[in-house]
Design a protein around this ligand. Structure first.
Ligand code: MOS
Length: 700
């Protein structure tokens, strides 16, 4: 295990001194402030809006609603980003329809934020309300989810799982549920837009400047180069900062008014408008022999989506690759409800899905009387059970063994006064993607090197890791590297998502460095030209840059170990130790890697014990929609988390040999904690979060 590391964060100084500017920190002269207005019904239509009182407020410039909003084109997206674009969500104020509580129905524009907000409260919205259904009930109105890039096929059967289950010596059949969860990045969604010279400039909080540029260009019928999106610093995304209505609204308003427009969502508005993790109901059935060897794995997922966009939480997808069961069945069924549109949230599918699978595997270990580490090792596949392909590398077993050793696996459960102490384990995994990107390197005569590309730092340290990659690729000290990112005027790059940013951008940088070094060789002893040397590099995606170009299954793995302390009188669960050991190829920047994994595990702990968005189905509204009601783990909830990794050499995964780690850390944490709760108390909690009442209800 690699020891703890500390090191420089290249933008650390800017962040702690406030020099780093986020979207809403930007201003143009004479901006108009926009206050979005949300629907108060879950289904129906807006019949009319009486704007007279609002327009009479001093400073109010306009009220936009479907009757007077300019018409927009349908957003276009290239195949790679199509999965991130929600056309009906982006069609702001384009129709009278209301599909969920909290949907945008109007926007007030005023010289001050205060005037806009005050006037918004004076709008009289007349609705025609229709009966709605906002309750996720297994069995009701379910249909098979449509295929999407992360969910293709939605249903899969390999072998004969039913027969294998019927013939198994040991079976598990359990139902797990996970609640809706919200991203809650610290920085709310914000756009500052200015229409100028027949185009538009946006300072926008997003996960990919080029992604937003393409959507805005398409919807406003502009050439791409008339849209400039700047997102130099972004305060967290977790999947919520793809193309969003707030950016469209800002551009619509600035074009109409001819003045710069600033829109910031309130925390409360974010609970309806920018996505959330769908609640899931999952049934997992396992069939094994008495030695714990799996014959059948059946994982059936029910999730919800809104009436205007199909998004299915792909919770059974990782189950297809985890263990060597010859007979497998996975399904995803979707309830289309009158609720806000759910979307990807850090490790979509994997995080809730692995809570269910890794809890069920623990239940199997208990029934078989086997150590859960040993049971997992017994089910290690030689090749990817999903595709039959060899893995580019797979070191789950090493992570389990190394983690068990470092954790001191496993002390027997013990009692400490009225507290019960126990420990649990679960596996982590995440696919390792590389998406098409380009990057430009420029070597200056003064010996500095600039790397420029449309990458985004959503807070995870992209600048730092790109500095490290460039320094290594150019064999230069990191102090001489300057990173330019967060601007659509830079070379086209993939968004920060799917844990693929570093691999995609880094692969393009490595390619650019190879070309630049070739130019240097050609230059020989001659001095650099006055404007330096430049090279453009690219990666084409998943197969690019690997020495053989061979098809392999590409995943990062890990093992997480948790110790919990359960107060048997109050039902309170505290995590007292958390250790994760990961195998993610080459670790490019130990400093940011540790921070990413630590952050993922913290979010996993928060998912296990705290996070839950409660939707009141009578209104179709999240009732705890702010940070007072939605509890996220704070420092006092989080123990001293240990993060480690094993040395993994993988020359097949991409040109860098590195696997994404942005999401890996959240996968498996909740199961490790729930399994530890069972070890401590004998109470199996199958519904997240593990609130005290669930412990108390489970007591004998
Ligand atoms: Mo993510 S959920 O790939 O930002």
């Amino acid at each position: 295990m690699t020891p703890r590391v500390a090191g420089p964060r290249v933008d650390g100084w800017d962040k702690v001194t406030g020099a780093a500017r986020y979207a809403a920190d930007h201003s143009f002269d004479g901006p108009v402030h926009c206050w979005p207005v949300s629907s108060t019904i879950a289904k129906g239509r807006v019949v009319s809006i009486d704007t007279s009182a609002a327009l009479a407020v001093p400073g109010v410039v306009a009220v936009l609603w479907h009757a007077n909003a300019p018409r927009l084109h349908t957003p276009t997206a290239d195949p790679m980003s199509a999965v991130l674009v929600k056309p009906a969500e982006l069609a702001v104020l384009q129709s009278d329809g209301v599909a969920y509580h909290g949907q945008l129905v109007a926007a007030v524009l005023a010289d001050s934020l205060e005037a806009a907000r005050h006037a918004a409260g004076l709008l009289v919205v007349e609705y025609e309300q229709l009966p709605h259904d906002a309750e996720l009930r297994p069995g009701a109105r379910l249909r098979v989810a449509p295929p999407s890039p992360g969910l293709d096929p939605p249903e899969q059967t390999i072998g004969n799982p039913a027969a294998a289950l019927a013939g198994a010596e040991v079976t598990i059949d359990a139902r797990y549920t996970t609640p809706a969860e919200h991203h809650n990045p610290i920085e709310p969604h914000a756009t500052v837009a200015a229409w100028q010279d027949g185009g538009v400039v946006l300072y926008d909080a997003n996960q990919g400047a080029h992604l937003i540029q393409g959507v805005i260009a398409g919807m406003f019928d502009l050439p791409r180069d008339r849209v400039r999106v700047v997102s130099a610093h972004v305060g967290g995304g977790f999947g919520a900062k793809g193309p969003q209505a707030v950016a469209v609204l800002a551009v619509m308003a600035t074009r109409m008014l001819g003045r710069p427009v600033k829109v910031t969502l309130s925390r409360q508005q974010m609970f309806a408008l920018v996505g959330y993790r769908s609640p899931t109901v999952q049934r997992v059935r396992l069939g094994a022999d008495r030695a714990g060897r799996l014959a059948a794995v059946i994982h059936e997922v029910v999730a919800q989506t809104s009436a205007i966009h199909d998004f299915c939480e792909p919770a059974a997808v990782l189950t297809r690759t985890m263990y060597a069961a010859p007979h497998r069945h996975t399904t995803h069924r979707l309830a289309r409800l009158d609720v806000p549109t759910p979307f990807m949230l850090r490790a979509p599918g994997a995080a809730p899905g692995m809570f269910a699978l890794e809890s069920a595997v623990d239940e199997l270990a208990v029934v078989c009387g086997l150590d859960p580490v040993e049971l997992r090792i017994r089910n290690e596949p030689a090749a990817d059970p999903d595709t039959g392909l060899p893995y580019s590398s797979r070191n789950l077993v090493r992570c389990l063994r190394e983690g068990a050793r470092a954790f001191g696996w496993r002390p027997p459960p013990r009692r400490d006064g009225h507290r019960l102490v126990g420990s649990g384990v679960a596996a982590s995994a995440h696919p390792s993607h590389t998406f098409p990107s380009t990057a430009q390197l420029r070597l200056h005569p003064d010996g500095r090197c600039t790397v420029a590309l449309g990458a985004t730092d959503i807070g995870n340290g992209a600048r730092t890791v790109l500095t490290a990659i460039t320094a290594e690729a150019m064999a230069m000290p990191p102090e001489r590297i300057d990173v330019l990112i967060g601007d659509s005027s830079l070379p086209l790059a993939a968004p920060a998502g799917a844990s693929a940013g570093t691999a995609s951008w880094g692969s393009a940088i490595v390619d650019a460095a190879r070309r630049l070094r070739a130019q240097l060789t050609e230059l020989g002893d001659r001095p650099l030209p006055p404007d330096g040397l430049t090279a453009l590099g690219q990666t084409l995606g998943d197969l690019a840059g690997t020495p053989t170009g061979a098809q392999t299954a590409k995943y990062a793995f890990g093992a997480q170990f948790a110790e919990v302390c359960v107060d048997i009188d109050s039902g309170e669960v505290r995590v007292t130790r958390l250790l994760g050991v990961f195998a993610a190829g080459k670790i490019l920047s130990p400093h940011t890697a540790r921070s990413q994994l630590l952050g993922g595990m913290t979010m996993g702990l928060s998912m296990a014990l705290h996070e839950e968005s409660v939707l009141d189905s009578r209104f179709g509204d999240f009732v705890n929609g702010d940070l007072a009601g939605y509890h996220i783990a704070t420092c006092a909830d989080v123990p001293d988390i240990e993060v480690g990794w094993i040395d993994e050499t993988d020359d097949q995964v991409n040109a860098l040999g590195a696997k994404g780690i942005g999401e890996l850390g959240i996968v498996g944490t909740a199961a490790a904690i729930a399994n530890a709760v069972h070890h401590a108390t004998g109470i199996r909690v199958r519904d997240l979060p593990i609130h005290p009442h669930r412990i108390l209800e489970g007591r004998p």
